[in-house]
Design a protein around this ligand. Sequence first.
Ligand code: SAH
Ligand code: SF4
Length: 337
Amino acid sequence: MSKARAFGLLPSELAALGVPAPEASFTRLHRPWLWQSGAPLVSGGARSVLESLGLALPRVVEKLASNDGSHKLLLELGGDRIEAVHMPRSVGGGRVTLCISSQVGCAMGCGFCATASMGFHRQLSAGEIVAQVLAVVAELGPRQPSQLTLVFMGMGEPLHNLPEVARAIRVLCSVQGLGLSSRRITVSTSGLVPEIDELGALEPRPLLAISLNATTDEVRQELMPIGRRYSLTLLRAALQRFPLRPRERITVEYVLLRGINDSLLDAVRLADFCSPFPHNINLIPFNEHALSSYQASPEGSVDAFARGILERRPTLVTVRRSRGRDVQAACGQLVQS
Ligand code: SAH
Ligand code: SF4
């Protein structure tokens, strides 16, 4: 376990723990553009209390640059390794999407995902999740938090670690610190139904993405063991009752696997599954890797699948261009070696 507790505490909590000048200390911790030499600058009295709470930052062990402008960062914290992916929207542009991890490994065992093969090692604490964001931003920007979008789509199942993920979001959104907007944070889940309800009740509440990946219970159960616990009917009911703000949509992620879930009948069923709630559909070409024998759908089938959805219903469909593929940083390629 790494000692990063100070990064997961709000100003009022720092005050209760006896940190001098708690609000100013909080600001110094959470605004990486005020840091010096890769670490926050806090003064004497505050520093000693904060250090006793835990001020450990993840160490950047490796930084792999992809030829599309994104970076995969291998981070070490408390003896464990996790990964984060930093993706500028356009080369040289200011806006960045940062894909972060919520656990070391993952317990959900999805058959197509490289992270699953690691099994579950441990939860990340809120302090470690926040420190992960700060360390990457300190290293690679952006300098303005309004330019940052955060997605919990790295290693781990964030809803299997909801208390710490929720605390991290509260801290990251705090205006005295980084001040992220909760509308720029997306939590992606394999579909833990009770925790989807809990997420819906959070304040601040992030956006929701659901990794659906199948349109029948039979196929979903084969790909994602969580499907045995919650049927598609139960999952859809949770998505329907998820509280949305005006114009907000739930992102439905669908990884296309050749011959498994990519038929035109699947496209029709996917359109129907999503129709009761505001949504956008993200089709993800499967990234093949050595730990899985599934194959990617050919490009032509991906296009036909997208057209099949649109012929069934007018809706929003995007094919996600995978980032960082050449450095094994793309979806489902994150694994500690
Ligand atoms: N555990 C969460 C968040 C991390 S996974 C979840 O499953 O939603 C992020 C996304 O990557 C998921 O939508 C998952 O279905 C997808 N994914 C996993 N392995 C993949 C692979 N090899 N190729 C493409 N997408 C993959
Ligand atoms: Fe875990 Fe998500 Fe990978 Fe499934 S797809 S094993 S839930 S990280």
